[in-house]
Design a protein around this ligand. Structure first.
Ligand code: HEM
Length: 190
């Protein structure tokens, strides 16, 4: 039987690619303004999904990370913090089984991508710090296999979980595009 994580990975691949393309267009790991926008958008995502992330951590018997990740993001942003001027118009995530696990899958899974991204950031000459990405990437080696095991044993309905995860990718996309618009960011086309 195909595990829930494999369903999620396969069926959200397109949504991940769309997000990845948008983020890449901000040149976040090459230019300061793009990196600032990346950190600001990730702060928005972590503020929106912090509670869900911590609930899933508890269910997966993992230490909660949302508080320390938000502190890392604020430290990296330093004086460059540019919060979105408008409140984000997204409904608060629900507390049910699929809402929790599938939302946490998207946010927790971004740590896997961070393992690749941190290498680019370390090679570049960006003026903001990289504490958030370093912690995310380092922790992922311990956390991600345990999270995936718990996710696969969670008893979630596959279709409901896929639908929640696609929706979360869409919201994270909207957070990035709201930040890019707010900062009036020049974007490159690939
Ligand atoms: C430029 C931005 C990004 C890049 C380059 C990127 C890249 C990657 C890469 C290389 C992986 C590992 C894929 C694999 O092992 O086959 C990954 C996994 C993942 N990323 Fe991203 N990512 C980006 C942004 C994001 C964001 C913003 C989120 C959500 C907040 C996200 C969510 C995920 C998830 C959920 C996975 C795990 C998929 C799985 O293995 O089940 N990514 N990403």
């Amino acid at each position: 039987m195909t595990a829930l994580r494999d369903h999620l990975r396969e069926q959200t691949a397109q949504a991940h690619q769309r997000l990845d393309d948008f983020v890449a267009s901000m040149r976040p790991f090459e230019v300061d303004a793009g990196y600032r926008a990346y950190l600001t958008a990730m702060l928005g995502a972590h503020r929106h999904y912090g509670e869900v992330l911590d609930r899933a951590s508890t269910w997966a018997h993992l230490p909660p990370t949302s508080h320390s990740l938000r502190s890392d993001l604020l430290a990296d942003l330093g004086d460059g913090l540019s919060p979105p001027s408008k409140p984000l118009p997204f409904p608060k995530p629900g507390e049910g089984l699929e809402e929790t696990w599938a939302s946490a899958y998207v946010i927790e899974g971004s740590a896997v991508g961070a393992r690749f991204i941190i290498k680019q950031v370390q090679k570049s000459n960006l003026s903001h710090g990289s504490t958030f990405l370093s912690h995310l990437a380092e922790d992922s080696f311990q956390r991600w296999p345990k999270f995936v095991e718990a996710l696969n044993g969670s008893g979630c309905d596959v279709d409901k979980s896929v639908s929640v995860a696609k929706n979360v990718f869409g919201i994270v996309y909207d957070i990035f595009s709201a930040v890019a618009e707010d900062l009036d960011l020049p974007r490159s086309s690939k």
